[in-house]
Design a protein around this ligand. Structure first.
Ligand SMILES: CC(=O)[C@@H](O)[C@H](O)COP(=O)(O)O
Length: 261
């Protein structure tokens, strides 16, 4: 294992960039964007996949050829029951026990329903799944998800597809401080590489995003930019950021003190 590998559901990974696969201009651009991102985990919406017919455009083949691990998601589900059924279908069809659990409670914001989410997560953990719940940044609902056996949490940065970045850095910082043992991945709402870098500088373990790459003018270039931003943010977190100060602190050494020993 490399020094900064991280364990995701027990699997050692080098890349801390998880990429969504929806909405790319063409299969070829998707293929190239996955390669440029360096992502080792890609997510796909099973509901969309079933609706369009599994295997359309060789979609699953593209993902498999990339060598990335599949993380099926339950995007489009509105109840625990529906999400549980879809998760079981994903396990059968795609031969993975990983599931990104999405249960939307509000159509306007696509905000996760915390009650249905905890209920579905509890059942799926019992059924042997590694559950990646897409949740809000609310500390107590995140704690409830851990209580029912989740090891990974995916709080939102902002509503899906909004590109607004991290709307509540305080809440995300609080999650990192209060849940030191959980694997925390910012998921959704990221619009720019700087947003992803900030998530990593806050100590998050990884970032998942889709729209900012898929809908960029140059998705392959943007995947590259995010790859570097996530690595830069991780290096920043690991290297110990200086604490912000209200007042100026002279950085030029005074005579006779070249080092701050
Ligand atoms: C692809 C996926 O799983 C989305 O539900 C996810 O939340 C990404 O959100 P953005 O498209 O805002 O990056």
């Amino acid at each position: 294992m490399h020094a900064d590998d991280f364990l995701l559901g027990g699997v050692p990974l080098r890349s801390r960039f998880l990429l969504g696969t929806a909405g790319y201009p063409s299969p070829q651009v998707l293929r190239e964007a996955i390669a440029a991102s360096g992502a080792e985990v890609v997510t796909l919406g099973l509901k969309r996949q079933l609706a369009t017919g599994a295997g359309d455009n060789g979609f699953i083949d593209i993902v498999r050829e990339s060598g990335a691990r599949l993380l099926p998601n339950t995007a489009g589900c509105r109840s625990a029951r529906e999400a549980i059924t879809l998760a079981h279908m994903a396990r059968e069809l795609l031969e993975t026990h990983w599931i990104k659990l999405e249960v939307v409670g509000d159509e306007h914001t696509l905000q996760p329903d915390p009650f249905e989410l905890v209920s579905a997560a509890a059942q799926l953990v019992k059924d042997g799944f590694e559950v990646f719940p897409y949740c809000t940044d609310d500390l107590v609902s995140c704690q409830r998800l851990l209580d029912v056996g989740c090891r990974i949490l995916m709080p939102w940065g902002a509503p899906i597809g909004s590109g607004q970045g991290l709307l509540n850095p305080w809440a995300l910082r609080t999650l990192r401080a209060r849940l030191p043992d959980a694997t925390l991945i910012v998921d959704a709402g990221i619009g720019a590489p700087s947003h992803a870098a900030l998530a990593m500088e806050l100590g998050f373990d990884a970032v998942l995003l889709n729209s900012a790459v898929a809908h960029a003018t140059d998705p392959v270039g943007m995947a590259t930019a995010f790859r570097h931003a996530i690595e830069a943010g991780r290096w920043g977190w690991r290297s110990g950021l200086i604490a912000p100060q209200d007042m100026a602190v002279a950085s030029t050494p005074v005579a006779g003190r070249p080092f701050d020993l």
